[in-house]
Ligand binder design. Structure first.
Ligand code: EPZ
Length: 427
């Protein structure tokens, strides 16, 4: 049954909130487990829908997967013989399924991965993934909606320069090159903390990797890898979500488990909005001092720039800020779906290509709105907290994909946010 979030406006978020492991790392680490026969154990795994879908994909490839969401543990038992196909129904549900491409080519010599269509935020091709695997010697072609990569006699290390520091392409080249013959030098690689996390897990499996976190990564291929145990890095996007939620609601929130170093660009803008940011023993704290945020300009960039996944939250905070701000989206061409929904709540915005001008208003007014993806949905719930009356955010499943117990976490911070069936008339 479809559900929505019901948000009663008016509360400033106060207290502490816990962040767990990163969705955008856990999913790739689960795929990377395919590289070694045996039992790999991941801890600090978030209790989110996407992990359940990835677990299903691995089961279809022949693995046994035990996912204890409450304990935050996933155990993956990888057999000698695994499949090499990622079906469309799963890839459509979870774009990150494409992360099995590299491990499957490296382990089995072939991979058939359904091509995920575009999604709510953009076209999202796989051309950089394909180019990287071809450089390692795989034959890559598209047939019947599948991207097929074949390397029956294995892969060979190569010098590769990515046209764009794509996170997904960097991960697929990394997980393929660890079992290739010889050395791979990957230039213009993505530098996100999730890349450092997967490189750390692969190294604990016996891989030889240097330079993860910089734009040049070197991988010396090895014969085989061994299963391992690894704790997922903290979710910097979830942590950033709570930081901007404190700013927008004029609140005071401690983000327990958040790593401020992974959020430098975002926290700099949190400070520019007038809020105080202090590192604490357990994470960091954002205190707005009860003040209305000051408007702040934003331009999204690959790490260490301002993350595109936090753009909808910067938008929501600027919608009620004092002043006007320009928000520029440089990564995904269709990531302004939040704007139309914010306008329904009374925001004053004007889109111009990949820029949006936001003129802050004192308060928004509650209305029914629709979540189009994970981040847009969570940002609309936060906007509802600074709107008069009730806001309902349909498409709760989008938010569940990336945030564990979002309503409960909001309630823990003093907000009146609940879930209800999406067929109740809006009153
Ligand atoms: C990852 O997506 C994240 N998803 C995204 O988070 C995040 O927005 C993105 O990185 C950027 O930080 C996961 O990790 C599951 P990219 P990914 O390859 O790997 C273009 C969220 O909300 N491109 O770095 O798909 C692409 O179209 C999600 O949690 C190509 O053109 O991102 C985009 O414009 C949303 N060809 C840009 O590069 C390719 O072959 C960045 O994409 C690959 C990418």
């Amino acid at each position: 049954m479809a559900e929505r979030f019901r948000v009663v406006g008016g509360s400033a978020l106060r207290g502490e909130v816990q962040v767990w492991g990163a969705k955008n790392s856990a999913l790739k680490l689960m795929a990377a487990a395919l590289l070694a026969v045996g039992r790999t154990r991941l801890t600090n795994v978030p209790a989110i829908l996407d992990v359940t879908i990835m677990a299903e994909l691995l089961r279809r490839l022949g693995c046994t997967v035990d996912y204890d969401a409450a304990a935050g543990v996933v155990e993956i038992d990888v057999p000698e013989q695994i499949g090499h196909r990622a079906d469309y129904d799963l890839v459509r549900a979870l774009r990150a399924s494409t992360a099995v491409l590299g491990p499957l080519v490296a382990r089995t010599g072939s991979a058939d991965v359904a091509i995920p269509g575009g999604d709510a935020i953009g076209s999202r091709g796989l051309d950089l993934h394909a180019a990287g695997l071809e450089a390692l010697g795989a034959q890559v072609h598209v047939t019947h909606g599948f991207l097929v990569a074949e390397a029956p006699s294995g892969l060979d290390g190569a010098d590769i320069r990515l046209e764009f520091p794509s996170v997904g392409a960097t991960e697929n080249v990394l997980t393929a090159a660890v079992l290739a013959r010889g050395t791979t030098r990957l230039e213009n690689a993505a530098r996100e903390p999730e890349i450092v996390d997967i490189a750390a897990m692969l190294s604990s499996m016996g891989a030889r990797i240097t330079g993860a976190g910089t734009s040049v990564i070197e991988i010396e291929g090895v014969e085989a890898l061994a299963p391992t145990e690894h704790a997922v890095v903290a979710d910097r996007i979830a942590a950033g979500t709570w930081a901007f939620a404190a700013v927008a609601t004029r609140g005071d929130v401690e983000v327990v488990g958040g790593v401020p170093e992974h959020l430098a660009a975002a926290l700099e803008l949190v400070r520019a909005s007038g809020a105080e940011v202090v590192t604490t023993a357990r994470g960091f704290r954002v205190d707005s001092g009860g003040r209305r945020p000051l408007a702040f300009d934003v331009a999204t960039l690959p790490y260490p720039g301002f993350p595109t996944d936090l753009q909808p939250f910067a938008l929501a905070a600027n919608a009620v800020a004092d002043g006007s701000a320009m928000i520029t989206e440089n990564l995904f061409e269709a990531r302004f779906r939040t704007v139309q929904e914010l306008n329904r709540l009374g925001a004053e915005t004007r889109i111009d290509g990949h820029h949006v001008m936001v003129h802050g208003v004192e308060r928004l007014s509650g209305a029914p709105v629709e979540a189009s993806d994970i981040r847009a949905g969570a940002a609309l719930v936060i906007a509802g907290l600074v709107a008069d009356g009730v806001t309902t955010v349909s498409g709760a499943q989008h938010i569940d994909r990336g945030y564990a117990g979002f309503a409960e976490a909001m309630q823990g911070l003093g907000a009146d946010v609940t879930r209800e069936p999406d067929d109740v008339p809006f009153v």
